[in-house]
Design a protein around this ligand. Sequence first.
Ligand code: BEZ
Length: 211
Amino acid sequence: MSLRLGDLAPNFKAQTTLGDIDFYDYTKDSWVVLYSHPADFTPVCTTELGRTAQLKSEFEKRNVKVLALSVDPVQEHLEWIKDINETQNTEVDFPIIADQDRKVAELYDMIHPNASATATVRSVFVIGPDRKIKLTLTYPASTGRNFNEILRVIDSLQLTADYSVATPADWKDGEDVIVVPAIKTEDIPAKFPKGYTEIKPYLRTTPQPNK
Ligand code: BEZ
């Protein structure tokens, strides 16, 4: 059974490149990006892990802990990290889970048998500090993920968790947002003192409230 938005992200214990972890203890009150890779020493994954490492400060700014996963052993992960650091000009210092027995991959439904019987697909789970699943993405092995998009979604998730707003198509941090339909137009000025624009009765925009 696959995990759905709003489900509790299940806990697990795992071996990682930074030692053994208990997922809940490791992530504590942080937001989490948990993402899987088909295999070590593969080209697309090398660029993805490198890109994640390059964006370290962006994840930290958002209070996000990153955990990667593939079903290869820790020793291979450690060897591969040397290549990633060299070729992507960075330093991978977040944990990569060594899920040789596929316990975590199965728990999070990261193996899609019609894509590969053994390797994990490119799954992404964004998990909130309440340990609920906020976002899932699934990419095939042949398509590397866009990590700017993952950061953009986290910006939206964090904003919409705190304010009665939604973010429009292609929204980026700092741009106007949409007042959710549940807020009556007459209640907007009290809730959003920066003002609002009524484009249609159901489409009201306001400057981003936390900027
Ligand atoms: C890769 O990460 O480069 C990759 C993995 C499996 C299939 C194709 C590409």
